[in-house]
Design a binder for this molecule. Structure first.
Ligand code: SAM
Length: 389
């Protein structure tokens, strides 16, 4: 992954696609008296019907795409998650629901592991906002586990009443965020306007609701101007999930921090970044629809929204600790015995997933629940970090 200001040039077709989306964004700007919030812009850039980054045709996730996620790196990740699902579903019956399933590879590896343990759930539901990814998920399952295809059901909305385990890897970081800057004790909202024939960011005094929310964050702005972001979709999202979940657990894995770390005085440029063909950049208005825009997750805010939604926060830990508690070592040894020639590759996978300098500590796992006793491995030992939230 390279951090760069110089990006590879998109193809003519890709540019045309981006220009179509820009035309739609311009219409939204015109319809809204000349500006839209950055949050509206990000929503359109990622999810505008037929054109947004996640809903249009380009291959995004994986080595040939723009970024790579843990289940794409190694099946070991999904095998550990399967172990967690197994321990939960063996005590209380239920199904699995994956939110934002990407290429579908996590679903495949997880279900193959559950099959080996003779513990397949009746259903594996997938809910994704992206029609293109739904198609890709089906192809991945057909390719790697065709005999399991009948277990999968794609949903367009959350079920009325679900019992079991809900999983979401890197879903929270793909939600649109509000961008703000605090300068000389005043809060500004980042807006997007059309200026000099291009999309341009403009700072306007924040509307009252945003001003109040940001003021309540109590950020120490010693280093002013101070820019950061906030996910205002969290409350509604977790409320809807909680309403749908009659009994069970929600496991969300993502990169992020506690509120104290997120809004640390030194993090004065926030966490928003973009990925374009494995190049990281800080230009979210560039090539809308062609590049990923993402922000780190404030896990304290996730815990607070969960609490408001009537969910219990059962555990919070690092990815490294979660994987270790769910037998990463055992799965590694098994894979090594099955293919001794892959020793270097497998060891590299374990390092990438769990070293502090790689994904191990940057990624966190938060477990929320309803009607479930708190006997989770990560909660019962020293690896639980809920006190930090
Ligand atoms: C960064 S990708 C991660 C994909 C996959 N989980 C992985 O780890 O490779 C984010 C995914 O979340 C989906 N997504 C974003 N918001 C969502 C929501 N509110 N409900 C369901 N899926 C969502 C996107 O369509 C996309 O598939």
């Amino acid at each position: 992954m390279k951090f760069t200001s110089k990006l590879p040039l998109p193809s003519a077709d890709a540019l045309k696609h981006s220009q179509q989306l820009i035309a739609k964004i311009r219409t939204a700007i015109d319809d809204n008296n000349g500006s839209i919030s950055f949050r509206n812009y990000m929503e359109m850039a990622l999810y505008e019907q037929g054109l947004g980054y996640y809903v249009a045709g380009a291959r995004k996730i994986g080595r040939a795409g723009d970024f790579i996620t843990a289940p794409e790196i190694s099946p070991l990740f999904s095998q550990c998650l399967a172990n967690k699902c197994l321990s939960i579903l063996s005590k209380s019956k239920g199904d699995i629901l994956e939110l934002g399933a990407g290429s579908g590879i996590m679903a495949v590896d997880l279900m193959l592991e559950l099959e080996q343990a003779s513990s397949l759930p009746t259903h594996y539901y997938i809910l994704d906002l992206s029609p293109e990814l739904k198609q890709r998920q089906r192809e991945t399952i057909k390719k790697h586990a065709p005999h399991l295809l009948s277990y999968f059901t794609w949903l367009d909305k959350l079920p009325e009443s679900f019992e079991g385990v809900i999983l979401g890897n890197e879903v929270l970081d793909a939600m649109p965020v509000e961008l703000f800057t605090i300068h000389k004790e005043r809060v500004y909202q980042h807006q997007v306007i059309w200026h000099n024939k291009q999309l341009t960011e403009q700072l306007n005094p924040a509307p009252k609701y945003l001003n109040n929310i940001v003021s309540n964050l109590n950020i120490d702005c010693t280093h002013s101007p101070y820019t950061s972001e906030i996910n205002l979709n969290l409350d509604g999202w977790l409320k809807a999930i909680s309403k749908s979940l009659s009994k069970g657990l929600i496991i969300l894995i993502d990169y992020g921090y506690t509120a104290r770390e997120y809004y640390h005085p030194d993090r004065k440029k926030g966490t928003l970044i973009c990925h374009y063909q494995h190049h990281v950049n800080e230009a979210p208005l560039l090539y809308p629809g062609l590049q990923d825009i993402t922000a780190n997750v404030n896990f304290t805010a996730v815990a607070e929204s969960a609490d408001k939604a009537g969910l219990q926060v059962l555990a919070y830990t690092t990815q490294a600790a979660f994987l270790a508690a769910n037998h990463l070592e055992k799965f590694f040894i098994r894979a090594l015995e099955e293919s001794p020639d892959d020793q270097y590759k497998l060891a590299q996978h374990v390092r990438t997933l769990s070293l502090p300098s790689e994904m191990g500590e940057r990624f966190k796992v938060i477990t929320l629940g309803k009607g479930h006793s708190n006997d989770l491995d990560e909660a019962s030992s020293q690896v639980d970090q809920r006190h930090r939230l």
